[in-house]
Design a protein around this ligand. Structure first.
Ligand code: ZN
Length: 260
């Protein structure tokens, strides 16, 4: 059996087909650019596939999800067109251990909001501002290989706090924007056995996924979010009989309990 990490890159693939400016940056779609970047960074340690909204079951049929170790999710214009049964299936797979990397406006996707249990809303401004992503957890595997204490993206859409998420398990990046706002740009969570990484950059009208630092973070994110740990995952059930006979006594030396 191959121990390659099986990665599915899901993209709603709407803007690239409607907006020439976006098509110019991502002629084959954001998913294809991310796939090429992961192939370049991770080589044959990963098995890559892509899936899009317009495919049957959005390309996320049970067989595909069962064969996915890490799912990347890019969505923006069509969150409400994602079928609830597919969302539920993805959530179940996360509980079972599938990693999920939620990209940019996936903060407002059905699956991310469902897994967080909060509104996940934030403030935004599309003014092409510079973004500086400070590495605030430099020993985290998702920051592996970054060569400086921050990296910058020349033009971005601003996302600002308050970002209505539950307190993350870890915060790896905090962004600063030219307009003065800050944002928790790289956050991790666990739900069930699955690991979740939210990574903010990725607005479609800027070439964010062509940036080497962003590509490095995505590749690291795949490695971090891949299933790990014990094979066991507790499915709730009634244990009518104990696994082994209950110990008859914990007393090793009965004299210990005699009055002195
Ligand atoms: Zn955006």
């Amino acid at each position: 059996m191959s121990n390659r990490v099986r990665v599915t890159i899901w993209n709603e693939f709407v803007h690239e087909r409607l907006v020439p400016q976006v098509a110019a940056i991502y002629p084959q779609g954001i998913h294809a650019t991310i796939a090429a970047a992961l192939r370049e960074a991770l080589g044959d340690t990963v098995e890559l596939r892509t899936a899009t909204l317009d495919q049957p079951e959005h390309g996320l049929d049970p067989a595909t999800l069962d064969a996915t170790d890490v799912l990347l999710w890019w969505g923006h214009a069509a969150h409400d067109r994602v079928d609830d049964s597919v969302v539920e299936r993805v959530q179940r797979r996360v509980w079972e251990g599938m990693g999920l990397i939620a990209l940019h406006s996936a903060h407002n996707s059905k699956i991310f909001r469902r897994l967080m249990g909060t509104s996940c809303m934030l403030r935004w401004r599309e003014a092409g501002e510079r973004e500086r992503l400070w590495v605030v957890d430099p020993s985290h595997p998702i920051a592996e290989g970054l060569t400086s204490e921050f990296f910058e993206l020349r033009h971005t859409e601003m996302y600002g706090e308050f970002f209505d998420i539950p307190p993350p398990d870890e915060i790896i990046f905090i962004s600063w924007f030219e307009g003065g706002e800050v944002f928790r740009s790289g956050c991790t969570f666990r739900r069930g056995k699955g690991k979740i990484f939210y990574f903010r950059p990725g607005h479609e009208t800027f070439p964010i996924y062509h940036d080497p630092n962003v590509q490095r973070v995505l590749a690291n994110g795949v490695g971090w979010a891949a299933p790990s740990g014990a094979a066991y995952f507790g499915k709730g059930r009634n244990i009518a009989e104990p696994l082994s006979p209950i110990e008859s006594s914990h007393v090793v030396d009965p004299s210990l309990h005699k009055p002195k």
